[in-house]
Design a protein. Structure first.
Length: 141
């Protein structure tokens, strides 16, 4: 699977009382990276609306390994590990730009939800095909 990298700078208001990024903020970073990845593939909110649905995070598991502080520049790497039916499993790694040690690893279960019914439904073929091409190109590289 091809990986996508999103970059951001940690802001001061994201700190907790210990002076590092609040654990809850990391989930926002992960969601931000997922949205940027989808948009990079041509799936923005308008397209999702036309398809009648959207992805919602149903479950997330985050391992906090090291801290980040205000001013740090982070790279959030994400990729879709598995996609079928109504579900996509997305994995993540966060590290400081230019550094190897991981700050965070995570795995999230995203579910495609029908906007009108607010119920899970099969992921549209258009999305499956786009992610399927990424899987195929990763195998041939």
């Amino acid at each position: 699977m091809q990986k996508f990298i999103s970059r951001l700078r940690v802001r001061y208001h994201e700190m907790d009382s210990l002076g590092h990024v609040n654990n809850a903020v990391y989930q926002h970073y992960l969601e931000h990276a997922a949205v940027e990845h989808d948009e990079h593939l041509g799936f923005n909110q308008k397209v999702y609306g036309e398809l009648g649905g959207g992805f919602v995070m149903r479950r997330i598991e985050i391992d906090y390994l090291r801290s980040a502080v205000a001013g740090d520049r982070l790279e959030i790497t994400t990729w879709v590990h598995q996609i079928q039916g109504t579900r996509a499993i997305r994995r993540y790694e966060i590290r400081k730009q230019g550094e190897a040690p991981l700050l965070v690893t995570a795995e999230a279960l995203w579910v495609w939800v029908d906007l009108a019914a607010m119920r899970p439904r099969a992921i549209p073929k258009q999305i499956l095909d786009a992610f399927g091409q990424l899987f195929e190109s990763a195998v041939t590289e």
